[in-house]
Write a protein that binds this ligand. Structure first.
Ligand code: GLC
Length: 561
């Protein structure tokens, strides 16, 4: 029997603060904007809010490059406004998670600046500085974003620093106890303010196994993917345990780590005494890209693989602890464009994805705009993008033989900027996001139809469908089963569909999903209570078998209220 915890019963909403709501007309979202929209989040029914980084940052990587952990970036507001946000959210019964980015800092962080300025400074040992080999960097690692992972230190003959992400994100040296102490102090500073917890960025990378020289090349760029040497390396567990012990555990925090952990180590991470409450696994959100993360290599995925990955992920997580569910975040394009061919994008397919995802076992994370079915944006020019990773992928694609046109098409499909466009609130200028002439990133041109106001006024909208799905977990006869029930895959004869159940003490909820554009026949096993569906129910439902219409999703149960 799964133990009960508040964070298992929560539904989380992720906000990308730059793009949620601008309150002061500078075209850039801010904390005041979020405070003003908390009532909307309350009405939606969520009870945890995850804020992407709002700390001081040069914004080279959307705030994941922090130059001061203790200060709110002035574009977002002030520390007092952060306190106010926490206070109002807590009053509404919404817990707030901040983003914890401690694999690296910004190169503009004072520690790094001091490290550069003085070779004898103690801050040299806060980062990973190494001598080059034969006039080259220490090794030929490729960073996650595609370029070299070592950057030469200016004014030094043969010295380099490590950056697993951009060169403006030097990696911290976790071997140094003083660095760890600084980090724990900072985490406790925020937790003491009444945070619900943290979403923890890139944490599997903190332990490095550095080898020197030319390592086995795995791409046309003559480099080797850094992940093999810095992902989940032995020894990492000591620091994860130490961090948990010193910070999260005493605060009874909710923690969700960005950590694609292999099954043999999963219990350590998410078991009863694990390092985290839950982790994000990437298995079905990254189904469209190969393991090396190269966007321009098509994985040619199918829905049958998708079903297998979802089921594996569910079963594996269930065997070991608790999981986080998500279809979208700030690192992914919009889910509807990823999973559904453009000619089939409509409210049926959007609601189908919502049903598939919201009834799985785990804590659901809804990304801003997902609840209204926001879609990818199409940009005509590479220079209009903002995201560093998008540029890296674009140029790597070209280096691998793509034309500029092909590379642009690919980044339009996969860019992280697709989900970072301003939130669409209404059909006024800038979609109600901002009063500015120009916003930091363009608003999607479909805002006049896809926006919160329109959908709020339409009981059949994607937005109200999400509200109903959330309410099923919050206040319905199905709530206990949807939260704590066992996930059970159903081996339906028709291999085109996805069918699974949630089971709790004889209560059965069955989720039937048709992810195809044609009708699919499925068996009907006498579950006669209709829970939710994206089409009006039809009478033949009570026959031995019935037809799922294109992109139909229906949830049935053997009990009801
Ligand atoms: C995580 C973040 C991503 C960021 C990277 C480096 O993957 O989600 O947005 O670019 O870490 O901090």
């Amino acid at each position: 029997m799964t133990t009960k915890d508040w964070w298992k019963e929560s539904v989380v909403y992720q906000v990308y603060p730059k793009s949620f709501q601008d309150s002061d007309g500078d075209g850039f979202g801010d904390l005041r904007g979020i405070i003003n929209r908390l009532d909307y989040l309350k009405e939606l029914g969520i009870d945890v809010l995850w804020l992407c980084p709002v700390y001081q940052s040069p914004m080279d990587d959307g705030g994941y490059d922090i130059s001061d952990y203790y200060t709110i970036d002035e574009r977002f507001g002030t520390n007092e406004e952060m306190d106010e946000l926490l206070e109002k959210a807590n009053r509404l019964g919404i817990k707030v998670l901040m983003d914890l980015v401690v694999n690296h800092t910004s190169d503009e962080h004072e520690w790094f600046q001091k490290a550069l300025a003085d070779p004898d400074s103690k801050y040299r040992d806060y980062y990973i500085f190494r001598e080059g080999v034969d006039g080259n960097p220490p090794n030929n690692w490729r960073s996650y974003f595609g370029d070299a992972a070592w950057e030469k230190v200016p004014n030094e003959e043969n010295l380099f620093y490590l950056h697993a992400f951009t060169k403006k994100q030097p990696d911290l040296n976790w071997e140094n106890e003083e660095v760890r102490e600084e980090i724990y102090k900072m985490i406790n500073h925020w937790l003491d303010k009444g945070l619900g917890g943290f979403r923890i960025d890139a944490i599997l990378n903190i332990k490095k196994e550095i080898e020197y020289g030319q390592l086995e090349v795995d791409g046309e760029d003559g480099r080797a993917f850094i992940g093999h040497w810095i992902l989940n390396k032995p020894g990492i567990e000591e620091w994860l345990e130490e961090m948990q012990e010193r910070t999260f555990r005493p605060h009874n925090s909710m923690t969700v780590a960005e950590a694609d952990v292999p099954e043999e180590r999963l219990a350590e991470y998410i078991g009863e005494d694990g390092y985290y409450s839950m982790v994000f696994d990437f298995s079905y959100t990254d189904i469209d890209v190969p393991a090396t993360g190269e966007w321009f290599v098509d994985s040619n995925w199918t829905w049958q693989q998708m079903r297998e990955r979802i089921f594996n992920s569910q079963l594996m997580t269930q065997r070991n602890g608790w999981g986080a569910l998500y279809l979208e975040n700030h690192d992914q394009p919009r889910s509807i464009n990823k999973y559904i061919p453009v000619e089939h994008i409509n409210d049926y397919s959007k609601k189908m994805l919502a049903t598939l995802f919201m009834c799985l076992r785990g804590t659901p994370f809804i990304y801003q705009g997902q609840e209204i079915g926001m879609e990818n944006i199409t940009l005509a020019d590479i220079d209009t993008f903002d995201d560093v990773a998008t540029y890296a992928q674009y140029y790597r694609g070209i280096a691998s033989g793509l034309t500029e046109e092909e590379a642009l098409k690919i980044v339009n499909h996969r860019s992280r900027d697709n989900s970072r466009t301003p939130m669409q609130w209404d059909s006024t200028q800038q979609a109600g996001f901002s009063g500015a002439e120009t916003t930091w990133f363009p608003v999607n041109s479909n805002y006049e139809t896809i926006n919160v106001e329109n959908e709020w006024n339409n009981p059949n909208s994607v937005l109200h469908y999400y509200r109903q799905l959330i309410a099923l977990r919050k206040n319905s006869p199905y709530q206990e089963n949807l939260i704590y029930g066992e996930f059970v895959p159903v081996a339906e004869k028709n291999k085109e569909v996805i069918v699974y159940e949630r089971q709790l003490e004889g209560q059965i909820i069955r989720v039937l999903i048709n992810p195809t554009s044609v009708e699919q026949r499925v068996k009907h096993d006498g579950l006669n209570y209709f829970v939710i569906g994206n089409y009006p129910v039809e009478n033949d439902m009570l026959e031995e078998s019935f037809v799922l219409r294109p992109f139909e999703s229906i949830v049935l149960a053997n009990y009801g209220g």
